[in-house]
Every structure is written in C-alpha cells, then in structure tokens.
Ligand binder design. Structure first.
Ligand code: GLA
Ligand code: ZN
Length: 654
C-alpha cells in the first residue's frame, strides 16, 4: 500500500505529548514517522558524547502505535560547538568569508573536518538503528544543494578535481579557451572559484562555469555517497534517499541519486494558483522530473500541510481540497510515500509560523480532516504501490543544459525550464502520458522524443535520435540545440543545429534574439501563433516548412520545419511560442503516431495513469479553483475545485 508519513520533531515537544501525538497520527492513517532531521545538538550535545535515549523512547512510542520510522541523518544542522571548535567547517560565501551561523545548513559539505563529524554521527545512528524492522528508510541530510562554498578546502578540492580531469594546466587552458582575456594559468594555484559578489555569472568564462557546476554537483554526490555507504554498511537492505528541491544551486540529480535506492522530493505546490500562465502545470512538471531521477516511483518526504512562514511572509491558508488534492496529485505522478510536513507548527524557532497539520492550539482541524480523507482514499487502492507510470512520449532533461544555460543568458526571458515546461504543458493539456528522461536513457518503447534545447552537445545523442527516427519515431529539436561542445565552447565551422542538421533537414541561416519582444508565425495549415524570446531564421535542406515568420526582415522565412527521416520524422522549432503552438504540434504528433490523447480537457486538468501488477488506475485532477467538466468515453466527468477522481481498470470510479 502507498504509505502516508509525517514529519515529527519529538525534541521540540514535552515528552508528555508524545504518546497522544503518536496515537492521533496512527488514528489518522499515518504509517511512517520522519524523525531526527535537525536534532544533532540533542544527539551529540558535546563532542563525542552521544545521547540516543530520547530518540529510542520516541521510536518506541511510535512503533507501539503500529507505525514505522524514517530516520534522517541530522547533518544539515551541525551543533554550535562544532562551528566554534572547528571554524573551518563553516561554509564560506561568495565573498570568500565564513557565513554567519545561527540559522541552519551552515556546514561546508566538502570540509574534511566536517565530513569526519558527519560520518561519526551517521555511524552512531546506523549502528544503533540500521536493520531494525521499525525503520522504514533513511533520509540523508536535508534539501541538499550543489556546493558553491568558497572555503580554502573547497578551493583546493576544485583545483584537485580539475587536475584529475585535465592532467596539465596546458590541457585545461586549451579546453577552457583561456587565451581569451589572458585567462591562461601556469600553476593550479591560480584557479579560483568563479564566484564573487559583484559579478554576474555570465561575465565569467562559460567553460570554467560549467566545470565549476559539475564540480559542485560531484561534491554533493560524493557527500551523499559517504553517508549512504555508512548506512548500507550496517544494513545493505536499507532504503536510503535524500529529499530534493529545485533550488538555485541545482545538483545533477542523476549523479546524486545514482547510489540511492529511491528519489525523493519536498512538494510545496502553489497555494495561489496561476490561472493560465506558463506555470500552470509547474507542479506536475516538478513531480514528473523527480520521477526521472531514477526512472521509477519516488517518495515525497515533505508534502504541503499548511500555510508557509519563515522563508517568506506567511502565505495564504490552503483552500479547501488543496491538501488532499495535492497529495493525490503526487500519487498520480508516481509517489509511493507521501509524508506531510509537519505534525504540529512549532512554538519556538524561526519556523514557528510555518504551518504544519495542527496549529499551536493543538486542536483537530480541517487540514487534519483532509489528510484523513487522503488516507481513506489510499486504503481503497491497496495495490496501488504495485503500479507505475509509463508514457509513450519522452522528454529529455540534462544537468549540463541546466548548468550552462543558467550561467550564460541567451536572450531576455529565455530559460531551459521554460523550454521544457512548454512541451510538458502541451502534453498535460492533451492528457498525453509523458516521461522525462535523462539524456542517456534508452528510448525503446517510446513513440516520440522531445529534446528541447540540447545546448551542450553530445554527438552520440544526435546519432541515437537519428536511429530512433529512422525506425519510425518522431523527434522534436528546438532552438539553441547543438550550440556548444562538451567544454561549453561554441562548435566551429558548422551551421546550427550542427549535429542535428542532417536529422532536421534544415540549417539556421541567422538568428534574432528578440528577448521579450514579439514576432508572429503563420503555419501551413492557416493557423497563426505569437512567438517571443528567440527566432532562428531557417533554411530548409529537405525539410518541409511547418510555419513561417510574418514580421521583420525575415518575414516569409521558415520558423518551424518538419523533416521525413527514415520512416519517422523530425521537427525543428526555431522559436519560443505561445501555448497553442505546442498544443498543435503535440496533437499532430499524436495523430500521426497513434499516441492516445484527450482533446477537450479544460485548462488545468491533469490526466495520468498508473498500471502494473496492482491493476490500472487513471487519475483525473482538477488543479484549479473552478469547477470543470469534460467528455470522456461518452460520459461527462465533473470535477470540483482541486478534486481528484480515479477510475479503476474495470471502469469503476473511486
Ligand atoms: C523545507 C525544509 C523544511 C522546512 C520546510 C518549510 O522543505 O526541508 O525543513 O523548512 O521547507 O517550508
Ligand atoms: Zn567549503
């Protein structure tokens, strides 16, 4: 059965409350209680003195009520004694100076001294609890980000990492093109992290920036692996993960989760709903992206249960139906565990106004009731965890694209995530089953592959996509593809989209980075679309023109093309369009490749399916605050605001 979890901080509450808390959670339907995440100062109050007695009692209380525990290593928040005894464990900021401690997450995850202490507390926990039947799983640290610390040991580690990769300073100079602006180095000591308070990322050498991001992602993966190895050393069968969020210092998720058993995500969907804009399906996008980390079902380790506070002014109360609806949405996109954040809002500490399930008054409330309803619904589908999601359309996501495009702006408003989201939005809007995949994933079994903005080029991917298309698949390539080599330098001597030119049957004659300004394109079928951001002026080399620009000096030139290749075809979308453009393209692809879709879904309705040994379930979620209805197999499906309806394989509605 899909499990419901709850974050609980026994160290923040009087012991007299624990029993009643556990009883209430169990009665609600909670099966897994998430513990110890920030409790290092209680577990090791002074260097080498460990106090696990209180955690033992909390675990006993919880398990006596029939629940299991999910244990977190407390390494996000090191105790204050560690920072004063070993100041070199404090992270340094963009100015190169130690950051002020007193909040949380101040540790440098690369510092060898910090690593030693983190390994020791992890070892103590694993030795005590790993392998016990009451332990459901493990979370490493909390909401890890790629390391951008500038402390002396991080500077040294960056140099070491580069040295291992390039061998000589001459090789590095060549790879990075350091002759520009006299950037050549003659000694590894001359390498500095490309960060400072006063400069924009795109003022640094992009080749250096990309390696710096890769290094940060590597540090994170290395940190995760160390704790994972300790836990697995005590229990090889333990389920170990870490909880992600989409942060400024984005990691390489593939690498981060490679050694972990399951992907996990902290799911805080918007409480003020975008009525229409590009972010309409953004929460669904996040969930689908998390499913791609390990290409299988995932866990939600923090699920919205109340209004936020602390990290921003307090937000609005969740509308009725939101807590249940969003939790169901996570399940509909592949979550097998949904753990709510948090049982009760704390009475002290910075996050006291960040709302959990219960308010400070400790009374049952409507949020608790919604979680209860969510639990009851899951009980109706006891085999749901034996199902998974598999679409017929795949979309590729690459960490290198993320890194390179974040640090070197293409045109005002142009963003990698927007490129991805526009296609995802079209698939959601048409009820098309879509899987996001890492760029090196096998493509067998898919009918169409969307590869928006494959900017840092892997020529092997171009060859694989040619093979896929030759055998009858449809591929979509877009603007800013085939631009850079693996070092993030521009490819020389070949018209864009370089390695994709043969597949797409067109070349970019010239481009116009129009930024926030508008253009217009007219499609061959008579429809027209507003476009913005970027305009590739295309010259077909065998491809058919799907749409042409209507304005400026390139009016009449091709903007979107379609090329027959083997028994399949490749689209090239040279610009960034409004929603309707992507809808039209996806609908055409589905018709031609016989991919199921649902036309006539109201905006904001999501349709997904989980199938497998546990049966077939189709999910219909109204992610809006309007009541909607739509036709489905000759019936009308009506959905209240935030309502999820579920249809089992035998046609029954649950
Ligand atoms: C993050 C953290 C939690 C908490 C929540 C509050 O997800 O992991 O500890 O701070 O945000 O929204
Ligand atoms: Zn550091």
């Amino acid at each position: 059965m899909i499990k419901v979890g709850m974050a609980y901080y026994p160290e923040q509450w009087d012991r007299s409350l624990w029993e009643d808390d556990a009883a209430r959670m169990a009665k609600l339907g909670v099966r897994v209680v998430r513990l110890a995440e920030f409790a290092w100062s209680r577990l090791e109050p002074s260097e080498g003195r460990f106090h696990f007695g209180w955690l033992d009692s909390a675990i006993d209380t919880i398990t006596r009520h029939g629940m299991q525990v999910l244990l977190c290593t407390p390494t996000n928040s090191a105790p204050m004694w560690l920072y004063t005894d070993h100041p070199e464990t404090v992270q340094c900021g963009r100015d190169g100076r130690p950051i002020a401690t007193g909040i949380r997450g101040h540790r440098c995850i690369q510092s060898p001294v910090f690593r030693r202490y983190a390994a020791r507390i992890t070892t103590e926990m694993a030795r005590r609890y790993a392998g016990r039947p009451e332990v459901y799983g493990w979370q490493i640290d909390n909401e890890l980000e790629s390391s951008h610390c500038t402390c002396p040991s991080c500077r040294e580690a960056f140099r070491r990492w580069l040295r291992e990769r390039y061998g000589t300073t001459a090789a590095l100079n060549k790879a990075w093109g350091n002759e520009v602006w006299s950037g050549e180095i003659s000694d590894w000591e001359q390498i500095q992290p490309p960060v400072s308070e006063d400069y924009m990322p795109d003022w640094y050498n992009p080749a250096c920036m990309l390696d710096y991001e890769r290094f940060g992602a590597w540090c994170l993966a290395d940190y995760v692996r160390q704790q994972r190895d300790i836990i697995k050393g005590y229990d090889p069968d333990a389920t170990v993960t870490t909880n992600s969020w989409f942060c400024a210092n984005m990691p390489d998720f593939q690498q981060e989760y490679a050694c972990l058993d399951v992907a996990a995500y902290d799911n805080y969907p918007p409480m003020v709903l975008p009525e229409d804009g590009e972010t309409l399906y953004s929460n669904a996008f996040g969930l689908d992206l998390v499913r791609s980390f390990k290409r299988k079902n995932f866990w939600i380790l923090e699920q919205l249960a109340g209004a936020g506070g602390c990290w921003s002014p307090m937000g609005p109360a969740p509308e009725p139906g939101m807590i249940e609806g969003y939790a169901m949405q996570a399940v509909a996109h592949g979550a097998d565990l949904v753990s709510f954040f948090r049982w009760r809002s704390s009475c002290s500490g910075a996050e006291m106004l960040g709302h959990g399930v219960l308010d400070h008054d400790d009374r049952d409330n409507r949020r608790l009731a919604e979680i209860g309803r969510f639990c009851r619904r899951l009980e109706q589908m006891p085999d749901l965890d034996r199902t998974s999601i598999r679409g017929q359309v795949a979309m590729l996501y690459g960490a290198d694209q993320e890194f390179a495009l974040k640090n070197q702006r293409q045109s005002e408003g142009f963003a990698y995530w927007t490129q991805l989201r526009l296609f995802h939005d079209a698939c959601m809007g048409l009820g098309i089953g879509l899987d996001i995949l890492p760029e090196d994933a096998p493509l067998e079994g898919y009918k169409a592959v969307l590869a928006p903005t494959h900017y840092v080029t892997d020529p092997a991917l171009a060859r694989r996509l040619e093979g896929f298309t030759a055998q009858g698949g449809t591929v979509v390539i877009t603007n800013r593809s085939g631009v850079k080599d693996k070092h993030n330098n521009c490819l020389f001597g070949e018209p864009l989209p370089t390695v994709f030119r043969r597949l797409c049957g067109c070349r970019v004659k010239e481009y116009d980075a129009i930024g926030a300004r508008r253009q217009h394109i007219a499609a061959a079928d008579g429809s027209g679309y507003d476009v913005t951001g970027w305009c590739d002026i295309l010259e077909p080399e065998g491809a058919q023109v799907w749409a042409r620009y209507t304005e400026k000096f390139y009016a009449g030139a091709a903007a979107v093309t379609k090329n027959a290749f083997g028994t399949g075809c490749a689209y090239y979308v040279g610009t960034v369009g409004e929603r309707a453009l992507y809808r039209a393209l996806m609908a055409e692809i589905c018709r031609e490749r016989d991919i199921p879709m649902l036309e006539g879904l109201p905006l904001g309705v999501e349709v997904t399916a989980r199938r497998g040994q546990g049966g077939l379930y189709r999910f219909f979620f109204n992610n809006t605050l309007r009541a909607v209805d739509f036709p489905l197999d000759g019936q009308t499906v009506a959905l209240a605001p935030m309502e999820m309806k579920i249809q089992a394989g035998d046609g029954r509605w649950l």
